[in-house]
Design a binder for this molecule. Structure first.
Ligand code: ZN
Ligand code: ZN
Length: 390
């Protein structure tokens, strides 16, 4: 079968599974599970893959809800990544139920390409994308070694082949002062809350003079016990994001200087800790992105090559993209004004448009697998591009 006929077959395969894939995705939507607790979702997804001829390893990398499904053997080894964690209170307001459905749909349809040309297709289940960066842990534990390509599609307001995502690290800060009567003996106190407030002021000033896409944002998690006591303790969490890792290191130090200055001014003692979760910036492989775009356009969608939203978050797919030629594409399932992580978006991820997005994402992914498996020289080109950009 030639490449175009094979693409028509994988598309037909996904259409034939429309009902199963939509049911799987809606089931995950109606039982939202938080990161590392996606027990039902992981069970349903692995069961579906197993029933369709994939060999399954459950609980990989020491993470009970991570998994690897594999069909075929040897090279090229093409991976499609699934996410399936939900958000507290909001449920599937990031649409990971659709990511899961499109990943297993694309994986199962790609079997046709593997049967004809060889190589292997993997569906890798990656838990806890939100907050915990599951893929960061999995990357450290070797889950993405020996892959030639890694791909996934995230739902959103735009069809795009390459998303921008920022490097990101989380900071935990505490100030230790001294309690005293706020009115009768204020001179005896050291005000830990003022130290925190001055830190915010210093960061707000710093923000005027940082690079365009950099972000610094934070909250206060402890601001004292009572208004008539000088606060002896304050605490906060901050996130620092930048376009690249080199600038992240520089900006992190400048942010810390804001806290050091506030500690000196107030006399409070500063303690801080950068958490281990470091989201790397997303390195989009344009060789892959262009293929994906052509395939998505063949389904009648108008796809931007790069992110039109100018809305920059961070994703743990960034860490994968630093190891393997990758794409993190976007499929439109909601109007432009509906933001991710909102109740409206949670509704969209169970809507007709959501299911259509799932199916189109699965089709475009599977067609891209056909391109890669049938033309190994494209895999070599993607790897060359990756080598040049690293
Ligand atoms: Zn999210
Ligand atoms: Zn997400």
């Amino acid at each position: 079968m030639n490449k175009e006929k094979l693409k028509a077959s994988v598309v037909g395969e996904i259409d034939a599974r429309r009902h199963q894939l939509s049911e799987l995705s809606l089931k995950i939507h109606s039982s939202p599970e938080l990161g590392f607790h996606e027990v039902k979702a992981a069970a349903w997804l692995t069961q579906y893959l197993e029933e369709n001829g994939f060999s399954i390893e459950r609980g990989i990398c020491g993470l009970p809800t991570a998994f690897k499904g594999c069909y075929g053997r040897g090279k090229p080894a093409i991976a499609i990544l699934a996410e399936y964690d939900a958000l507290p209170d909001l449920g599937h307001a990031c649409g990971h139920n659709l990511i899961a459905g499109s990943a297993v749909g694309a994986g199962v349809a790609s079997k046709l390409a593997i049967d004809q040309f060889g190589g292997s297709i993997l569906v890798i289940g990656t838990p806890a994308e939100e907050l915990h960066g599951g893929k960061i842990i999995m990357a450290d534990r070797g889950a993405f070694d020996n892959l030639d390509v890694a791909m996934m599609v995230h739902p959103g307001p735009f069809d795009t082949a390459a998303t921008q995502a920022l490097a990101c690290q989380v900071l935990e800060v505490e100030f230790f002062g001294k309690a005293a009567h706020a009115s009768a003996k204020p001179e005896a106190g050291i005000n830990a809350l003022e130290a925190m407030l001055n830190s915010f002021t210093a960061i707000n000033s710093l923000r005027q003079h940082i690079k365009d896409k950099a972000r610094i944002h934070g909250i206060i998690t402890d601001g004292g016990e009572a208004a008539n006591i000088v606060p002896a303790h304050s605490a906060g969490n901050f996130v620092v994001r930048t376009e690249d890792d080199a600038y992240l290191e520089k900006l992190k130090q400048r942010v810390i200087n804001c806290f050091i200055g506030a500690a000196t001014a107030s006399g409070a003692r500063l303690e801080y800790r950068w958490t281990d979760i470091h989201y790397a910036p997303l390195l989009n492989n344009l060789t892959l992105a262009q293929l994906f775009r052509q395939n998505m356009q063949s389904l009648g969608r108008k796809v931007n090559l790069s992110d039109a939203s100018q809305a920059f978050g961070s994703t743990d797919m960034g860490n994968v993209s630093q190891l393997v030629p990758s794409i993190h594409a976007g499929v439109a399932i909601a109007p432009e004004e509906v933001p991710l992580h909102s109740t409206q978006f949670a509704e969209a991820t169970a809507s007709e448009a959501g299911i259509q997005g799932l199916l189109d994402a699965a089709k475009a992914l599977a067609m891209t697998v056909v391109d890669l498996i049938a033309s190994p020289e494209i895999v070599i080109k993607a790897k060359e591009e990756f080598g040049q950009n690293k």
